[in-house]
Structures are given as C-alpha cells and as structure tokens.
Design a protein around this ligand. Structure first.
Ligand code: DX5
Length: 223
C-alpha cells in the first residue's frame, strides 16, 4: 500500500507561495494540502480559492482542499475550479454530508471526509461508498505546530478496519503533529497518507530529506 506524504502549506511563507509550492514539488511530496479556514468552524482564517488558483499553474502536483469551514457547500465548485482534485469536508460541518460528498464526485472531484478528534468513526460508516479518503485529525483543527494526540491511534485503527471492509482503495490520512516522532504510531495504526506542516518546513534546505525520512519511518512502522 502506497505511503503518501502530503505537506500542509499552513506554515509556508505566503509572501513567496509560488516558490514554496515549487520547493515542495522538488522535495518529492505526493500532493499539497490547502488548509482552508473560515474563522467560524475553526478560530483561524486562511486562504480562498483565488490564492490556490494563483499557484496552480506552477506545479503539476495534485492539490487537496481541506475545508475547515462551517458551510462547505457554499463555495464547493470554486475549490474544484481552483485546481483541487480532492476536496475534503468535515463530517461535523456538512449539514447533509451524503449529499455534499456526492456533489463533489458529480462535479468530477475526489471526495474526502475529515473527522475531528471527538467525532467517532461511525460518523463516516454510511458514506464510505462516496469517499476516496478519510482524514483523521490528530489535533484539534485550526493551527499548525500542535502536539499529536496519541489517543487517536485507536480511532485510526477503527477507520482502517471500516475502510478495509469496503474492499475499495480508500486513503486513510492523518493530519496534525505528524513528525519523525509520531508518524510511526499513526502508520502502525493504519494510516498511509500523512499530512505534515511544521515538521517539513522546519528546515527548508533539508525538506527533501525530511520527506524521505517520514516515508521511511512510516514504512518501517508497518513491518
Ligand atoms: C490543523 C491543520 C494542521 C496542519 C498541519 O487545522 O490542518 O494540522 O495541516 O500542521 P502541523 O503538521 O504543523 O501539525
């Protein structure tokens, strides 16, 4: 099963975002995650679709929009139009999650559903036929640089069981506090896609080595 390293651009230098996404592509990452925050669903405000669209032509990497927003239906088409092939909505925010996920797919996107730490895996049990990815938050959303929540290991294991039972290749992604010290726990629990921000941007001169190190540690934890 493929290990994917997906950087969050939350810690990026937004005064030179184009250079930052090019740096990530050169570092050998698999996808870029855009942490979209609206100041309502989470106590922080980040970028809109026009920012994503502005850097879309600079790299060929796939983009995923992680919508930490109170009403994910509102701008849904804009994220896809901006070049995000994957749109991830929070189970806690979508008033009609089944319909929203179906809408993403009908518009040609890949659909992901995210779970905050307190939300049980059962929240996605009846939409697994509509998703390509389940994102297990390993921090409370809103900020980068937070501590990984080890208590999420049991939840990752349960999501892995639910996904495997479908027989479909649904990605299990984790997001929050992923570093060389924590990726092993998430990988051993069943995650195969790892979103990391601070751990990758800590040393821009060695970002490629850090990507390779995370990939290696994730694989070693599965042996
Ligand atoms: C939380 C964000 C962060 C970010 C990664 O809302 O989603 O988890 O992507 O941040 P780090 O890797 O710095 O914890």
């Amino acid at each position: 099963m493929t290990t994917r390293i997906v950087p969050s651009v939350l810690p990026a230098d937004f005064s030179r975002l184009g250079e930052e996404v090019r740096l990530l592509e050169k570092a050998g990452v698999d996808r870029i995650q855009w942490d979209v925050m609206d100041g309502r669903f989470v106590p922080n405000l980040t970028m809109g679709p026009d920012v994503i669209a502005s850097v879309r032509p600079l790299v060929t990497l796939p983009f995923e929009a992680h919508l930490m927003v109170a009403d994910p239906d509102r701008l849904l088409p804009r994220w896809l139009d901006a070049g995000c092939g994957m749109v991830i909505v929070h189970a806690e925010a979508a008033g009609h999650l089944h319909r929203t996920l179906g809408d993403i797919r009908e518009r040609g996107g890949s659909a992901g559903v995210a779970l905050n730490p307190a939300t049980p895996p059962s929240a996605v049990e009846h939409v697994l036929d509509l998703v390509d990815l389940v994102l297990v938050m390993t921090v409370n959303p809103g900020f980068g640089g937070q501590r990984y929540l080890p208590s999420m290991a049991a939840k990752i294991r349960r999501v892995r069981e639910l996904v495997d039972a479908t027989g479909r290749d649904i990605e299990v992604e984790v997001d929050g506090g992923i570093s060389p010290d924590t990726i092993g726990s998430a990988s051993a629990a069943g995650a195969r896609t790892f979103c990391a921000g601070s751990a990758l941007f800590a040393d821009r001169d060695a970002i490629g080595e850090r990507v390779a190190e995370l990939r290696r540690l994730a694989a070693e934890a599965r042996r």
